[in-house]
Design a binder for this molecule. Structure first.
Ligand code: 1GP
Length: 256
C-alpha cells in the first residue's frame, strides 16, 4: 500500500469520514490555490485534490500543486480529466476510469497515454472507479457519460459492484460540479452493497448536504465550488467539516 493510501485508510479508520478540497487549475492560479489550501488545512480537510475537465495544462497543474505543497503539509492528489492533468510534484493520482462513459478514451485510452508518465514521475496511484450520475454537469458532457439517473439506484449499485469486483479500491459517485448532489438514498443503496470507500461530490455546498451524504454512507466528501466562490472559505469549510465529523460519529454509534 502506498503512503497516501495508507494515510487515507488510517484517517478513515480514525475519523469515519473525511473531507477533501478540490482546486481546478483552470479556475484558480497558484496564489489563490495557496489561500484555499491553507484554509482547508486549518479547517480540518484531509487532502487537496487538483484537477478539472476543461482547459487544464500540465504547467497550470504544476503551478497549483507547487503552491499548495509550499503552503500546507496536506497530501496533494491529482484528479485528472486527461493526461495533461498530471504533475510530477503531486503525491498521488486518482488513477480513474469513467466506467459509465460511452467513449473508450475515458475508460482506458487516456489511462494508457498517461500510465508511462505516472511511472516516470513516480506518482502513487489510487485506483478509482468514477461514476457520473444525475445531470452530470461539465464532466458528464466532456467524458460522454451515459448518465446514471438519480432514481435508478439499482443501476448505480450494479456499476459499483462491478467496480469492486474489478479491483478498484475507491468509488466516486459524481453529480457534476455545481449540480444537484447525489441523493442520500442512492448513496445508501451503494453503501449497503460495496465495501470500498465511497467518495461523493458535486453540489455539496452546505453542512446539511454534507451531513446527509455521510449519514447515507459516503466516506469522503469533495467540495470544489464552495472553495472557489466563498469569501469566507475557512468559515464555510469549517462548518462543512464539522458536519462531516458529527455525522461520522453518529454513523459509528449506529453501527456499534
Ligand atoms: C467535482 O464533485 C466535484 O468532481 C466538485 O463539485 O464544485 O459542486 O463542489 P462542486
Amino acid at each position: 500500500m502506498g503512503r497516501v493510501e495508507k494515510y487515507l485508510m488510517e484517517r478513515l479508520e480514525e475519523r469515519g469520514a473525511l473531507h477533501m478540497a478540490l482546486v481546478d487549475p483552470a479556475r484558480m492560479n497558484g496564489k489563490e490555490a495557496r489561500k484555499v489550501a491553507e484554509c482547508a488545512e486549518r479547517a480540518g480537510s484531509s487532502a487537496i485534490m487538483v484537477g478539472g475537465s476543461i482547459g487544464v495544462s500540465e504547467a497550470m497543474v504544476d503551478e497549483v500543486v507547487l503552491s499548495v505543497k509550499d503552503a500546507t503539509s496536506l497530501p496533494v492528489i491529482l484528479f485528472p480529466g486527461s493526461p495533461t492533468g498530471l504533475s510530477r510534484y503531486a503525491d498521488a493520482v486518482w488513477f480513474l476510469s469513467v466506467l459509465n462513459s460511452t467513449n473508450p478514451y475515458f475508460i482506458i485510452i487516456g489511462q494508457v497515454q498517461g500510465a508511462p508518465i505516472v511511472k516516470r514521475y513516480g506518482l502513487e496511484t489510487l485506483p478509482l472507479a468514477y461514476l457520473i450520475l444525475g445531470k452530470g454537469g461539465t464532466v458528464g458532457f466532456i467524458s460522454q457519460a451515459r448518465l446514471i439517473p438519480y432514481d435508478k439506484p439499482e443501476i448505480a449499485v450494479a456499476y459499483s459492484l462491478a467496480a469492486q469486483y474489478m479491483g478498484f479500491k475507491f468509488l466516486y459517485l459524481e453529480g457534476g460540479s455545481g449540480g444537484e448532489p447525489v441523493p442520500p438514498t442512492l448513496i445508501r443503496a451503494v453503501d449497503e452493497n460495496v465495501e470500498i470507500p465511497i467518495i461523493t461530490g458535486g453540489g455539496i455546498r452546505t453542512p446539511e448536504l454534507a451531513r446527509r451524504a455521510v449519514e447515507a454512507g459516503a466516506d469522503i466528501i469533495v467540495t470544489g465550488t464552495l472553495v472557489e466562490e466563498a469569501d469566507d472559505v475557512y468559515v464555510r469549510l469549517r462548518a462543512v467539516i464539522s458536519a462531516i465529523e458529527q455525522a461520522a460519529q453518529r454513523r459509528a454509534r449506529r453501527n456499534l
